[in-house]
Write a protein that binds this ligand. Sequence first.
Ligand code: CP
Length: 334
Amino acid sequence: MKEFQDLALITPEEVENLLSLARRLEAHPEPRALEGKILALLFLNPSLRTLASFQAAMGRLGGNSFVISPDMSIHGLETRRGIVMDGQAAEHIREAIPVIASYADALGIRAFAEREELDHDLADKDYMAFRELVNIPLINMESAINHPCQSLADWKTMDDLGLPRAGGKFVLSWAYHPRALPLAVPSATVHMAAMRGMDVTVLRPEGFELPESIMQKARDAAQFSGGSVTETDDKAAALEGAHVIYAKSWASTKHYGHLPNDEKAREGLKHWCINNSWFDTTQKDARFMHCLPVRRGIVVADEVLDGPRSVVIPEARNRMYAQMAVLHQMLGTK
Ligand code: CP
């Protein structure tokens, strides 16, 4: 594997192979599999899980890793193209990426959405520009419109729990958040659940519709897997019979890039906070999922997050096993 950019760019069989490798490495560790290999991790945005789980994954396979982020760089990192660098930053990403890559056997890049122009972010233009600078295996650690490592871990979590594929009802629900968050996780998640063969409902208030290109990509995956994808603002209909409520907030797509209008659009939506009553008509043992970090009492009530339905910790732990599988396929010699 030369790149792990998007689950949509690998076949269902390749996903199954990764999942089965992740389970194998969980059950039977291979502490020397990546001996002598080095993974470089470039974080242009904050992280807890991705940073820690990639370093842990590399360590458990016998390899090493190093981290670079603008916070720790004494030079500062400029990412804008065509800029005259007369400000604080003394190093440009166009040199930094190839230099970092030259020290490593694989590179992970995290570069969130600019959240200024929807088309720019939907085309994942920043990640695409960065990947042109890399000549070693590359991992997308969350770009403007994708988070494949999270999706692979979430898929494994649902498999571990025995959640149904065909006939499984997966609700991706928008939740209130004080800030306009990126589309990467909702976009990756709706596609992942559809590719897994589930019946996916995107539940969101008016003005927060997922863009048509994201929905079409998920519908294409569903057509192949036998699942389905719909979108609604009808909470009662969406939640009835659900096996999973996956909560996530995202920016208003109607007012994308216009923060005052976005703020106005989310006024009055504070009741989009998942509490136990959301599970009144779901399957009895329905699960609550979230990629974390999550704001307690804003996105989800403590009673759900601290209760038996919540699988947010297994999701986070599975990041490590999912990424061990990706790294093993990328850098393993056997
Ligand atoms: N879910 C996730 O990617 O977490 P971090 O932002 O902490 O890496």
